[in-house]
Design a protein around this ligand. Structure first.
Ligand code: SPV
Ligand code: MG
Length: 312
């Protein structure tokens, strides 16, 4: 499959049924998101900060670090990858450059929020919340829209007014200004579904809406779809599952002094080989440097058909 054959995030926004993005923090988790059947990958700033440097989600990861991770995710999957770009890595001028960078990295969408740079994760309860003025954020959205060379790179504007407790009026004003500035989709982030329902009751512009139901995870997809959401993002469940699983396995090894204590509960090596497509490597070795293969001979995956192709 060529890169151009990949479904774009913009195409997902046009579908009638609600789409789901799974949060990922690296190429492995992105591949697991794809394998599980999600429609796209959310390259989560929370997850990337956590897994790559074990630091808080507070704009501490650099643009270069984030781009490297996103590039690896894009290479690992065929589904669209949406890059969580926090506050755009600075001013509208930074946004111009980061938009081009993420587009070159193969992202299918970029999400920019109206937090001040450096931002604090929306889930952190003690954070002092100040948003950039509406005009400044609208300028960032315009900058992104005009900087992209492929119009199918989705520019998502994220409104933090409800997280910052500025009220529904402020959220509506911000959301309208960002749509006016050219946003292809909107996230209005919130800690409760009730205030989002109030927002949606009064929202009358035609722009695909995206929801991140982390703190109201009892609300299911059917209800979110009924409210009109086009995309739901499950941003950090995979990395949190990994923490629990790794902690548990490591603890049991320490307690027993024996790897067999966990062998029934961890992925067998065959699963790892499958994830990294070891058969592709073996086939390539057999095809291009058979002398290096040794007595193992041709790989099992090398079918009669591909053997014939090789001889042609
Ligand atoms: C992320 O996953 O980094 C997000 C979602 O931006 S949240 O953590 O809810 O802000
Ligand atoms: Mg984030």
């Amino acid at each position: 499959m060529k890169f151009s054959d990949k479904t774009s995030f913009s195409a997902l926004l046009k579908r009638t049924e609600i789409g789901i993005l799974g949060g990922a923090h690296d190429a492995l988790s992105a591949r697991l998101v794809e394998e599980a059947g999600f429609d796209g990958v959310w390259a989560s700033s929370f997850g990337m900060s956590l897994s790559s440097r074990c630091i808080p989600d507070a704009d501490l990861l650099t643009l270069t670090e984030t781009l490297d991770i996103v590039r690896n995710m894009v290479a690992a999957v065929q589904i669209p990858v949406v890059a969580d770009c926090n506050a755009g890595f600075g001013s509208a001028v930074n946004v111009i450059h980061m938009t081009r960078d993420f587009e070159r990295a193969g992202a299918s969408g970029i999400c920019i929020e109206d937090n001040c740079y450096p931002k604090r994760c929306s889930l952190y309860q003690r954070a002092q919340r100040e948003l950039v003025p509406i005009d400044e954020m609208a300028g960032k959205i315009r900058a992104a829209v005009e900087a992209r060379s492929d119009p199918s790179l989705a520019v998502i504007a994220r409104v933090e007014a409800l997280i910052a407790k500025l009220g529904v009026d402020n959220a509506l004003e911000r959301a309208s200004a960002y749509v006016e500035a050219g946003a292809d989709a909107l996230v209005v982030h919130s800690t409760t579904i009730e205030i989002l329902e109030e927002f949606l009751d009064r929202w009358d512009l035609d722009c695909p809406m995206i929801v991140i139901p982390t703190l109201f995870d009892h609300v299911g997809l059917a209800h979110l779809a009924k409210l009109g959401y086009r995309i739901a993002i499950f941003p950090n469940q995979a990395v949190r599952a990994a923490i629990r699983a790794m902690r548990d396995a490591l603890r049991r090894i320490i307690e027993t002094g024996n790897g067999a204590a966990v062998s029934e509960d961890i992925a067998p090596l065959s699963e790892v080989y499958e994830l990294v497509r070891l058969d592709h490597l073996e086939e390539a070795e057999w095809r291009y440097s058979p002398a290096a293969v040794g007595p193992a001979g041709p790989p099992r995956a090398l079918t009669e058909e591909s053997r014939l192709r090789r001889l042609q």
